[in-house]
Design a protein around this ligand. Structure first.
Ligand code: ATP
Length: 213
C-alpha cells in the first residue's frame, strides 16, 4: 500500500467552519494520510455575489494552513468548465498510481442523483465512495445505485483507507448549521460573519471586498 487520499469537493464560496469541521472528522474517521479539499467550478448565478475561482482556492488554502493532513487541490479549476467526477478521479489515479487508497466523499444530495451521472459505475473502479449524510437531503438513492453500493459496503470507515478502490461506507456526521449561501447573504447586508469562518478567511473577504454586491 502506498498511502491513502480522500477527496472532499464543493464550491467553497466561501469555505466555512462547517466544511472545515467535516473535513477533520472525515479525515479522522477514515484515518487517511491526506484529505484534499477540491473546489469545483461554480457557474456565476445572476444577481448573486460570488468569488473568482482563484479566490475560492486561496481562501481554502489559507483556512487549512498548518492543519496536518489537510490539503487544497485546485485541479478542477484549471480545466475550462465543469469537470466530471470520473475524469477528476482518472486524473488522480494516474498521478497516485494503482496502489494508493483513493476515496471520494459524496453528500447525500449528490448520491441521490448518482444514477444520472455519466459512467457512474466506473467511479467504483477508480475510488472508494464515502457517503456523507446531509440533514437537509434525506437519502433517496435510485435502486440501481443503492444495490450497487450495498454490494460494496464495508463494516467501518477505516476499512476504506486500506483498499485502493471499490469500497463503500455511509458516515453520519453532526454538521454545524452553517452554509455558504447564508454567509454571502450576511455579507451582502453588511452583517458580521465572525466565528462562522476562520479569521484568515474573514480577513481575505474584507480585503478583497467579496460578496458585497
Ligand atoms: P452553498 O450554500 O453555496 O450551496 P454550502 O455551504 O452548502 O454552499 P458546498 O461548497 O456546496 O457548501 O459544500 C461542499 C461540501 O461540504 C458538500 O459535500 C456539503 O455536503 C458539505 N457541507 C456544506 N455545509 C456543511 C456544513 N455546515 N457542515 C458540514 N458539511 C457541510
Amino acid at each position: 500500500m502506498g498511502g491513502s487520499v480522500a477527496i472532499f469537493g464543493g464550491t467553497f464560496d466561501p469555505v466555512h467552519n462547517g466544511h472545515l469541521r467535516s473535513a477533520i472528522e472525515i479525515k479522522e474517521a477514515l484515518g487517511v494520510d491526506e484529505l484534499r479539499l477540491m473546489p469545483s467550478h461554480r457557474p456565476p448565478l445572476r444577481g448573486e455575489p460570488g468569488a473568482e475561482s482563484s479566490q475560492r482556492l486561496a481562501m481554502v488554502s489559507a483556512a487549512i494552513t498548518g492543519e496536518s493532513g489537510l490539503y487544497a487541490d485546485g485541479r478542477e479549476l484549471l480545466r475550462d468548465g465543469p469537470s466530471y467526477t470520473v475524469d477528476t478521479l482518472r486524473d488522480l489515479r494516474a498521478e497516485l498510481g494503482a496502489a494508493v487508497s483513493l476515496t471520494v466523499v459524496m453528500g447525500s444530495d449528490a448520491f441521490n442523483q448518482l444514477h444520472r451521472w455519466q459512467d457512474w459505475r466506473s467511479l467504483f473502479d477508480l475510488a472508494n465512495v464515502l457517503l456523507l449524510h446531509r440533514a437537509d437531503h434525506p437519502l433517496a438513492a435510485d435502486a440501481s445505485v443503492a444495490e450497487f453500493a450495498e454490494a460494496r459496503r464495508l463494516d467501518k470507515a477505516s476499512a476504506l483507507a486500506v483498499l485502493s478502490a471499490g469500497g463503500f461506507f455511509e458516515l453520519g456526521l453532526i454538521q454545524l448549521p452553517i452554509s455558504a449561501t447564508d454567509i454571502r447573504q450576511r455579507l451582502a447586508s453588511g452583517r458580521s460573519i465572525r466565528y462562522l469562518v476562520p479569521d484568515v478567511v474573514a480577513d481575505y473577504i474584507a480585503e478583497h471586498g467579496l460578496y458585497t454586491q
